[in-house]
Write a protein that binds this ligand. Sequence first.
Ligand code: XMP
Length: 513
Amino acid sequence: RLLIIDFGSQVTQLIARRLRELNVYCEIHPYQNVTMDFVRQFAPKAVIFSGGPDSVTREGSPRVPQEIFDYGVPILGICYGQQVMMHQLGGTVLSGHGTAEFGRAYVTPSDERIDLLGGWFLENKEQVWMSHGDHVSVIAPGFKVYGTSPNAPFAITADLDRHFYAVQFHPEVHHTPNGKTLYENFVRIAGFAGDWTMGAYREQMVEKIRTDVGDKKVICALSGGVDSSVAAALIHEAIGDQLTCVFVDHGLLRKNEAQEVVGMFRDNMNLQVIHADETELFLGELEGQSDPETKRKIIGKLFIDVFQKYADGIEGAEFLAQGTLYPDVIESVSFSGGPSVTIKSHHNVGGLPEKMGLKLIEPLRELFKDEVRALGRELGLPDSFIGRHPFPGPGLAIRCPGEITRNKLNILREADAIYLDQIRKHGLYDDIWQAFVAILPVRTVGVMGDGRTYDYACALRAVTSVDGMTADYYPFSHEFLGETATRIINEVKGINRCTYDITSKPPGTIEWE
Ligand code: XMP
């Protein structure tokens, strides 16, 4: 296994991600915990020093144990990690004026090509992503330079005898397009077989959950979304009936959704699931409310109250399981308290408050969405479940602009079910990030048969996206749109007009509220 020593970079987890893609098992440990005893016990086959925000020129800044350099395994230092390596091995790092470099840069090779750079420099330069304030000005004895950028004369350095490699840029980020190759070469040099898989992750997590939880009880808010479902399945595998899931049904779910989710987890997978049907409570509080933020806040608050009420009923619960993913971790670290404005107050099952006084278990904290899906498959969740489109915590409330009524919700459910049925039938579901119907707060005049109708209009929405942050409308064929509109208008009583929303994000958002 491989040890990543974390100096606090925003992107350390991405290193782990790149290694997992190469089927190499690794663990990230904060530098404070990495003593030489720790290293010996961990027995890594290779070590990576991450980047970090500090400056090695500052007294008291983070270091690695000096003996790690005599431990005899390959080491790769990245950014701050490079500087630590240079500094501790006798080189010089400078900070201050003119040494900073942020963003895209191009590295050119030296004449000598080394194994670490196999597959690199095919066109004599590589795009890399730099983000450093300091830079190395004198490399440590034994090192040579194998790549240079305009602002980093020591962009790539190595001591080939000891298999120490140090780079100034971040090979783990997307903007270093060939970065993965560098990791691939490094782990090959270190002798990894690349045989570690999601199956192994599952086994390790199960062990870890058992150790952490012992004989205590865990509760979990199950939403039916991929994240909370995979988290629940994994924890259930580890501790069985010590886990109780609460499915908060706010009456704003899609057609048959509550039955499907509860049925699958309770009946097919034997989890203990409490179906907290609080439709009356939620719809009661929402009555007469039409402001989007007010609606969101009411739902978010009630959700917490309801969950708390059911959690209080589960005696001896000490842990709260959450399906937090790595992107949530980065976002909350880098953006909390930042200057960005609130577009929408998000509510989701991951947002339960700390004041509940429960310890958190977050078994997906290191994973990205696609890895969670792979893990879900590993755990035997059906594909149809794993590939589901995201569904927002406030549910249909934000697809029903204006006041929410039971009648509108029922109409919306029927229309939405037909729309999704159409999308599935045409084999388009997996090409689309998210698709849904919004019922509009206007009624329009129509003619059906020989009669006049005065019914609601609805809007179909379907978008492509990578992460929900930006999105484009999905280019359905006119035939598909025509057929779907006809079906909805014919089959759903209460809708007589159908439009297709062709707004991208930005300037629109994906949901209507
Ligand atoms: P917007 O509408 O902001 O949505 O473009 C981006 C993605 O986030 C989902 N969404 C939410 N998910 N709680 C959630 O769990 C929320 O309050 C919420 N609001 C929006 C939305 O469905 C889309 O996938």
